[in-house]
Design a protein around this ligand. Structure first.
Ligand code: HEM
Ligand code: HEM
Length: 131
């Protein structure tokens, strides 16, 4: 039996992020959206996501900023978040197990819920969000 590690090191964070975005990039529903926005900036995006998840999960990372902002104008619906979450949960479960892995699952779900509710709010009441 192979015992999976928990997420505890920067190397684990990189492995999680790389494996997840390898799936995202070729996903029929999500690949085009990501590649369309990110274009040739994948190395910078991956580096940012190491910092984001490192900050959230192992307190090693220097992510600062407003995670929601770039998503506000993307054409995203519940089905996109369902797919995002299923790829993310699959990635975490295939590589890791333990309390920090549980935290990764939980944070992803909360973030996705927050994003979709804000996107719907902007769609319903756009006049409140003109910048
Ligand atoms: C109700 C749910 C949430 C709300 C309303 C919220 C709101 C925000 C806002 C407004 C900012 C940016 C502040 C700025 O403009 O500089 C922020 C930053 C951030 N959020 Fe959240 N957030 C939520 C949930 C989460 C969750 C679940 C996570 C973990 C995955 C998370 C991780 C972060 C991180 C890492 C930052 C950057 C912190 C920094 O700049 O130092 N947030 N959040
Ligand atoms: C289907 C759903 C999603 C799509 C299509 C999506 C797509 C993207 C894209 C294309 C970017 C890069 C924006 C740019 O650099 O121009 C981005 C940034 C980011 N995404 Fe997502 N995302 C999704 C869901 C999520 C979720 C659920 C989370 C949190 C767990 C998340 C966290 C982030 C963070 C932290 C950034 C960096 C924001 C910054 O610039 O500081 N995304 N996303």
């Amino acid at each position: 039996m192979i015992i999976k590690p928990d997420i505890t090191t920067p190397e684990h964070i990189r492995q999680m992020v790389d494996t997840f975005y390898d799936k995202v990039r070729v996903d029929p529903l999500l690949g085009g959206i990501f590649n369309g926005v990110i274009g040739d900036r994948w190395p910078a995006h991956l580096a940012k996501m190491y910092r984001f998840w490192g900050t959230v999960l192992i307190h090693e990372g220097s992510y600062t900023g407003a995670p929601f902002r770039p998503h506000a104008t993307m054409p995203l619906e519940q089905k996109h978040f369902d797919r995002w979450l299923s790829l993310f949960h699959g990635t975490v479960d295939e590589l890791f197990a333990g309390p920090v892995a549980d935290l990764a699952h939980m944070n992803a779900v909360r973030m996705a819920e927050m994003f979709i509710s804000r996107i719907n709010l902007i769609r319903d009441e756009p006049e409140k969000f003109i910048q």
